[in-house]
Design a protein around this ligand. Structure first.
Ligand SMILES: O=C(O)C(=O)Cc1ccccc1
Length: 317
């Protein structure tokens, strides 16, 4: 990994420790995939610094569920540069509450370096199970195949919850002395009795995750200190019946006709329709011409709706 990237990550970890335990009184709350020390937590701290109180949630779906007047902000991982889309997040974006009560306000990107972490004294040859979030397991596939080819890979709700598991000893559960977790090295500074066996085990020199910043409705202002990159983007959820090919093709035409760029498309099975009537997630941006961006977006949405598709605007930023 380039030394500039490592320096930036180290600086970001120092800042993270400063914000992590920031005092909480009277600040708006932000829900993140916890426990303390996840990458979601670090991304939130980088972005929101001392402007919010951080509220840990056990799963990505719980982050969305937690959004309310009392907890106006959230952050969820959306895509990784090595392992692709975060499936749990796209499953969650199918929920009708997203686009209504819960909206996307923009994104932030975090550089990620994974470590193999064990309970103090455990050696790599003792490790029979590797616990982590499925994204982290996917991002370290090559290293795991070379160094721990016989180990079982065990998906957990988050990287830091995998590390926490090493400290518990449930009867009939995993023997923590035969387990390792993949997580951020910052975790060993938060939880006692853990140590890093190997740093930088991800497949590739550069590893970045993009996170969506959420809010409860569109009216709540982001704290003044929060600066998110890139304006004039939108996330749409589009559902067109399988037979409505016109409805599907019209999406790209509508976007192009109104001078917008289709930046990415994701697809998940629909929650309520027939097999293979999928739901599409489109990220749309203004081309170099930013004028009348929201009018042009609105006209493109109306046109896709006229062709028979259901369209929900999940966020405009
Ligand atoms: O489990 C975490 O730490 C998360 O925040 C989800 C995740 C996992 C791996 C890479 C990026 C985000």
């Amino acid at each position: 990994m380039q030394s500039r990237t490592i320096d930036a990550m180290n600086a970001s970890l120092v800042r993270f420790r400063r914000y992590m335990f920031a005092s909480s009184s009277k600040k708006p709350k932000l829900a993140f995939l916890g426990p303390l020390g996840t990458y979601s937590h670090q991304a939130a701290c980088e972005c929101f610094k001392e402007s919010v109180e951080y509220i840990s949630q056990p799963t990505i779906a719980d982050v969305q569920q937690a959004l309310s007047v009392d907890v106006p902000f959230g952050i969820i991982p959306q895509e990784n540069s090595i392992n692709g889309s975060v499936v749990e997040t796209y499953n969650l974006l199918r929920n009708p509450a997203v686009g209504r009560d819960c909206v996307v306000r923009g994104y932030t990107v975090l550089g990620i370096q994974h470590s193999l972490v064990v309970r103090r004294g455990v050696k790599i040859e003792d490790v029979e199970n590797v616990l982590s979030h499925e994204q982290a397991l996917g991002q370290c596939r090559t290293w795991l195949a070379v160094h721990l080819p016989m180990a079982s890979l065990v998906p957990m709700d988050s990287t830091a919850s995998a590390a926490e598991k090493l400290l518990s000893s449930e009867p009939g559960g995993f023997n923590p002395r035969k387990c390792a977790a993949i997580c951020s090295s910052v975790v060993v500074t938060i939880y006692d009795d853990l140590e890093v066996l190997q740093k930088g085990i991800q497949d590739g020199e550069e590893n970045f995750t993009r996170f969506y910043v959420l809010s409860f409705g569109t009216d709540v202002p982001l704290p003044a200190t929060v600066v998110l990159p890139t304006q004039n983007m939108a996330l749409l959820r589009v559902q067109a019946p399988l037979e409505s090919l016109a409805g599907r093709l019209d999406i790209t035409k509508a976007v192009n006709t109104h001078g917008l760029d289709l930046l990415r498309i994701d697809r998940r099975p629909s929650l309520h329709a027939r097999p293979f009537d999928d739901v599409y997630f489109l990220e749309i941006g203004a081309t170099s011409d930013n004028s009348e961006w929201s009018d042009r977006l609105q006209r493109a949405v109306e046109r896709v709706k006229r062709s028979g598709a259901e369209v929900a605007v999940l966020g405009v930023w």
